[in-house]
Write a protein that binds this ligand. Structure first.
Ligand SMILES: [Cu+2]
Length: 124
């Protein structure tokens, strides 16, 4: 390995980066969920996560600018059209919470909603 690194330092550098990324030890697991948004719905409409895990939503509006508001966890952001926006939060309590569009997008804007289900953390 060491000798190969003398000849192919870049390759070894990349291998090292891959290794360290795989070994990141600290912090709760990250749960990534992709959504799309369009008049007047999110897809999926319902997302399910676990209490205490870090959640990263990656939302892409496909038709125009929309928004995403999840009051209980202090999330409110605009979603520019065609661009993936990352939203991170850690749900600290279980339950069912409504999220909704926060940017007026048409006559049924108020019906553009979804549900976040936070399952209780299992303690054993
Ligand atoms: Cu809207």
């Amino acid at each position: 390995m060491a000798r190969a690194c003398l000849r192919l330092p870049l390759l070894c550098l990349l291998a090292g980066v891959g290794l360290s990324a795989a070994q990141v030890p600290s912090g709760p697991p990250l749960h990534e969920i992709r959504l799309t948004a369009k008049k007047y719905e999110y897809n999926p409409r319902e997302i399910r996560v676990k209490q205490g895990e870090r959640v990263r939503l990656l939302i892409t509006p496909t038709d125009r600018k929309h928004g995403f508001e999840l009051k209980e966890f202090g999330v409110k952001t605009e979603l520019p059209e065609g661009k993936e926006t990352a939203i991170e939060f850690t749900p600290d309590r279980p339950g069912e919470f409504e999220f909704k569009c926060s940017v007026y997008c048409g006559w049924r804007h108020r019906s553009m909603k979804g549900k976040l289900i936070v399952e209780p953390a299992t303690s054993n």
